[in-house]
Design a binder for this molecule. Structure first.
Ligand code: C2E
Ligand code: MG
Ligand code: MG
Length: 286
């Protein structure tokens, strides 16, 4: 049966595909940046670059509206290279402006991560922009976490450049704690769902505490995503999570706004041992 709504959907899908092919050369993408904050000090220790698309008719589009399309139509590598280069270039601009040092985190889609040319591209972009490998972190989701030979080589090749690799959205996909044993990575990013759950469900909190302990024992950093309340920040600090990211500190903002944020201290968690017990209190600084 003919259904006008479905035709409209298909037309819109086709239009998005066509528009996406032109969007890079028409300069319609923009990166927003979200601070990563060290809970103990309130210092911004990193930012994550998050892509946005200024669509000529549909306005500002979030990545969930077009990243999967870019994957499907074979544009994701080109888009990913643009993100890497733009983020590194921006980071160097901030450095030259005298902002405190922090790492730049960039999301890499699974298809892009498996591209043998990725390491060469990263080396070229670092050389062209002047950003240091040690201050770059690539975020990959759990779907690339397979213990097959090829993927492990890719992790090793990239880390040999000096950059760091984080597993994004940890705890939601197929990965298991056991797979961490094989993976040459630097950081685990705990998914927002875990963070949301931890105050409602004691089991979530226990599992999260175990994940943080295992990650630390293996020498990995841990970042919790999607932290929206001070109670969550305090609870995360309590289970040993040192760095967090979320609306509590800042939403992703434009490059211009980020430089203002970088100069201030964020909220921090203060541990007071003076009375023979550990009291967690919250300081607002800056
Ligand atoms: P992600 O890498 O896990 O990024 C975190 C997402 O959570 C971002 O959504 C961010 O805006 C959002 N977020 C941060 N703090 C909070 C919070 O406190 N509460 C809530 N509810 N959300 C929060 P965004 O920017 O829409 O990006 C969604 C996803 O799209 C990203 O998830 C990432 O997987 C993908 N993505 C974004 N930029 C790129 C990119 O340049 N390349 C690729 N391949 N993927 C990207
Ligand atoms: Mg990410
Ligand atoms: Mg994530």
């Amino acid at each position: 049966f003919y259904q006008p709504a479905l035709t409209a959907l298909a037309e819109n899908r086709l239009r998005i595909e066509q528009d996406l092919r032109l969007a890079i050369e028409r300069n319609q993408f923009e990166l927003h940046y979200q601070p990563q904050v060290e809970l103990k000090t309130g210092f911004m220790v990193g930012v994550e670059a998050l892509i946005r698309w200024h669509h000529p008719e549909q306005g500002l589009l979030a990545p969930d509206k077009f990243i999967h399309v870019a994957e499907r139509i074979g544009l994701i590598k080109q888009l990913g290279d643009w993100v890497l280069e733009t983020a590194c270039r921006q980071a160097v601009v901030w450095q030259k402006m005298g902002l405190p040092r922090f790492q730049m985190a960039v999301n890499i889609s699974p298809t892009h991560f498996q591209d043998p040319a990725l390491a060469t591209t990263v080396v070229r972009i670092l050389a062209e922009t002047g950003w240091k490998a040690t201050d770059l972190e690539l975020e990959v989701t759990e779907s690339v976490v397979q213990t097959t030979g090829d993927n492990i080589d890719m992790f090793n090749d990239l880390r040999a450049i000096g950059l760091k690799i984080a597993i994004d959205d940890f705890g939601t996909g197929y990965s298991s704690l056991a797979s961490l044993k094989y993976l040459p990575i630097d950081c685990l990013k705990i998914d927002r769902l875990f963070v949301t759950d931890m105050l409602n469900d004691p089991d979530s909190s226990i599992i999260l505490g175990a994940i943080v302990n295992v990650a630390h024992s293996l020498g990995h950093e841990v970042i919790a995503e999607g932290v929206e309340t001070m109670d969550q920040a305090v609870a995360l600090y309590g289970i040993g999570c040192e760095t967090v990211q979320g609306y509590l500190f800042s939403r992703p903002v434009t490059a211009e706004k980020l430089s203002g944020l970088a100069q201030q201290n964020f909220k921090s968690v203060n541990v007071d041992n003076s009375k023979g017990f550990t009291a967690l209190s919250v300081l607002k600084s800056g």
